[in-house]
Write a protein that binds this ligand. Structure first.
Ligand SMILES: [Zn+2]
Ligand SMILES: [Zn+2]
Ligand SMILES: [Zn+2]
Ligand SMILES: [Zn+2]
Length: 357
C-alpha cells in the first residue's frame, strides 16, 4: 500500500475512540503502559537496554535515532515498544500513545519499509510526515479525547490528562476539529463510555456531614448518611476533589451492570440469579432498593435479618447503587443498610481513624 498523501484524521480519531472504549478507560490520566501490555505489546525501557548492552541511555537514543520511543515488529510478528524511561512521565505517556497509534493504525503492516521514529518536534522525512501526523492525532484523542476535554476548564488539561505544555496547546488548538471528527465517528458504545465520564465530572455531589462524594444528576439526601447536606460541585471542584482524594470512601457491595450482586452479600452463595428476590440460603433480599422510613419490625424470616415482601411497596422502590445506605431521592432506608450489610457511616469513619497509619 502507498502511504496516503494526506493524514486520515477521521480514521485516527475513530481508532483512538475504539481503543479507549475497548479498554473501558474511565479515568485520567490514562494508564497507557497497562493498556499497551494488555494489547500484547512488549515494553522495553531504554535504561534496561542500556544496562544489558553496556552502553549509556544517550547511546541508546542515538542507536534508535529517537530520544523518546520506538515501535518495532519482530520476525515472529510480535510488537515491542522501546521507550526512554528517563523522560518525564507526561512525555512518556504521549510518546507511548503515539507509538501505539502506529500499531493501531496498521502503519507497520500496511506500508513496507516504514521506519517510524518519533522525534517530537524535530524534522521527520517528508514521506513519513503523514504517518506521524496520524499517530499524533491518535495519541491526543486517546489520552485527551475532545468530548471529555470539551467540558473541562482548559487550565486544568495538564493536571487532569497528565499531559505537558506542548500537548496542552495542541489539545486546545485542535479541540474543535477533533470534536467534529469524534461526533462523526463515535459508535454507540463510544458514546456510552464518554457519557459516563462526563457524568462523573459534571454531576458530583459532596456531603458536608459524612464527607462522602458520589455522582448523580439530582440528589436531595446523602446516600451515605441520609442528611440533606449536599453540594453539587463544578467540574473543576470535582477534579480537585478526585485528585486530592479529599473525600471519604465508605464500603460498598459490588454490583453488575444490572444492579445485581455478584454473589449473596451476606453468605457469599454464588448460586443466585436476578429472577430471585431472596437468597435461598440465608434469606437476604438480594437487590439494593429503597424501602422507605419504616417501621420495619415484622420479619417472616427470623432469625435471619430480612423482611417481608410488602416492604418493597413502602419506599419509592428505586434501584440504588451498592454503596447506598439511604435513597438519595426520598431519604428512605436501603435494603442493604436495613439488613445490616452496609455499616453506619460514623462507625466506619471511626474504624478508619483507629487504623494504625
Ligand atoms: Zn511516529
Ligand atoms: Zn453524607
Ligand atoms: Zn445468602
Ligand atoms: Zn426512595
Amino acid at each position: 500500500m502507498e502511504i496516503p498523501s494526506t493524514p486520515r484524521y477521521r480514521f485516527a480519531t475513530q481508532m483512538a475512540l475504539e481503543t479507549f472504549t475497548y479498554f473501558n478507560v474511565l479515568s485520567f490520566p490514562l494508564d497507557i503502559k497497562t493498556l499497551i501490555k494488555s494489547e500484547g505489546i512488549k515494553l522495553k525501557k531504554y535504561s534496561t537496554i542500556a544496562k544489558k548492552v553496556g552502553i549509556s541511555v544517550a547511546e541508546v537514543c542515538r542507536e534508535y535515532q529517537t530520544d523518546l520511543a520506538y515501535i518495532f515488529r519482530a520476525d515472529s510478528g510480535k510488537y515491542s515498544i522501546a521507550y526512554n524511561d528517563t523522560k518525564a512521565e507526561y512525555l512518556i505517556r504521549f510518546s507511548l500513545a503515539h507509538e501505539l497509534g502506529h500499531y493501531a493504525l496498521g502503519h507497520l503492516e500496511d506500508f513496507s519499509e516504514t521506519v517510524l521514529r518519533y522525534r517530537g518536534n524535530n524534522l521527520t522525512e517528508t514521506k513519513y510526515e503523514v504517518l506521524e501526523k496520524e499517530a499524533n492525532c491518535f495519541a491526543r484523542n486517546l489520552i485527551s479525547p475532545a468530548p471529555i476535554a470539551d467540558i473541562i476548564p482548559q487550565n486544568m488539561y495538564q493536571e487532569y490528562f497528565g499531559i505537558g505544555y506542548q500537548a496542552e496547546l495542541t489539545r486546545i488548538g485542535l479541540l474543535k476539529t477533533d470534536a467534529h471528527y469524534s461526533v462523526l465517528v463515535a459508535s454507540d458504545s463510544n458514546k456510552k463510555v464518554l457519557k459516563k465520564i462526563r457524568a462523573q465530572l459534571s454531576k458530583t455531589h459532596k456531603c458536608s456531614t459524612c464527607e462522602a462524594a458520589f455522582y448523580k444528576k439530582n440528589a436531595t439526601f446523602c446516600p451515605f448518611c441520609g442528611e440533606q447536606t449536599l453540594t453539587k460541585l463544578s467540574v473543576s471542584e470535582s477534579i480537585n476533589l478526585k485528585n486530592r482524594g479529599n473525600y471519604m470512601r465508605y464500603s460498598k457491595i459490588e454490583l453488575n451492570d444490572e444492579g445485581f450482586p455478584l454473589h449473596c452479600p451476606r453468605c457469599k452463595n454464588e448460586d443466585i440469579d436476578s429472577s430471585q428476590k431472596f437468597c435461598q440460603v440465608c434469606a437476604t433480599y438480594l437487590k439494593n432498593i429503597c424501602i422507605g422510613h419504616g417501621p420495619f419490625e415484622e420479619n417472616p424470616f427470623e432469625p435471619y435479618p430480612s423482611f417481608g415482601l410488602y416492604k418493597e411497596e413502602e419506599g419509592c422502590g428505586k434501584k440504588l447503587p451498592g454503596f447506598a445506605r439511604y435513597c438519595p431521592d426520598c431519604g428512605g432506608k436501603s435494603t442493604y443498610y436495613f439488613q445490616g450489610l452496609l455499616k453506619n457511616w460514623d462507625i466506619e469513619q471511626k474504624e478508619w481513624e483507629e487504623l494504625p497509619f
